[in-house]
Design a binder for this molecule. Structure first.
Ligand SMILES: [Zn+2]
Ligand SMILES: [Zn+2]
Length: 173
């Protein structure tokens, strides 16, 4: 809105082009096609409404008295229109209060979940080497991960049974 300067008047009469001031009476044609937002014919006087009626070939047309918006109302409408244009989709997520919590649903395991190595490979190899001087093959890591998963699955089952959201050390005992 930085480029918008305060206008001297609201709009111009569609017939005589006289400025229509803010917050003053103006007139519209009673025919709906002249009243659409996009057409938006506005007139300064009943005489100007009458003047356009023969040009538009209206049959039962008349003048309807209205009041122009105040400058404040007009500026607010402009700001709202600009904001609506800058925001193509309504931001629904932002309006939902965070206090509403969805019930806890355990996540469904995905395809790769079963194949990850869960342990720190280098530290496990270091431990085996320090303890025994043995090397450790990579297959050991997969078997250890499977065993760890079995232990965790059992612990998870206990935690869910207790309706907790945190896995505790006592679940592993
Ligand atoms: Zn006029
Ligand atoms: Zn008309």
């Amino acid at each position: 809105m930085t480029s918008t300067t305060t206008p001297e008047f609201w709009r111009k009469c569609s017939s005589c082009k006289k400025p229509l001031p803010f917050a003053q009476r103006y007139y519209v044609c009673s025919v709906s096609t002249c009243n659409r937002v996009r057409t938006g014919l506005v007139f300064c006087s009943v005489a100007c409404v009458d003047a356009h009626i023969p040009m538009m070939n209206h049959k039962d047309a008349g003048a309807i008295e209205k009041r122009a918006p105040t400058l404040a109302e007009w500026q607010r409408d402009q700001a709202e229109a600009a904001a609506a244009a800058a925001r193509p989709a309504p931001a629904q997520a932002a309006s939902s209060p965070s206090s509403v919590q969805a019930p806890y649903v355990p996540p469904t395991p995905t395809g790769d979940l079963r194949r990850d190595i869960l342990i720190v490979v280098s530290k496990t190899k270091d431990y085996v080497r320090a303890k025994s001087g043995l090397n450790t093959s990579d297959g050991v890591m997969e078997v250890l991960s499977d065993k760890l998963r079995a232990i965790l699955d059992e612990a998870i089952r206990r935690a869910i049974q207790d309706e907790r959201k945190t896995l505790l050390d006592r679940d592993l005992k």
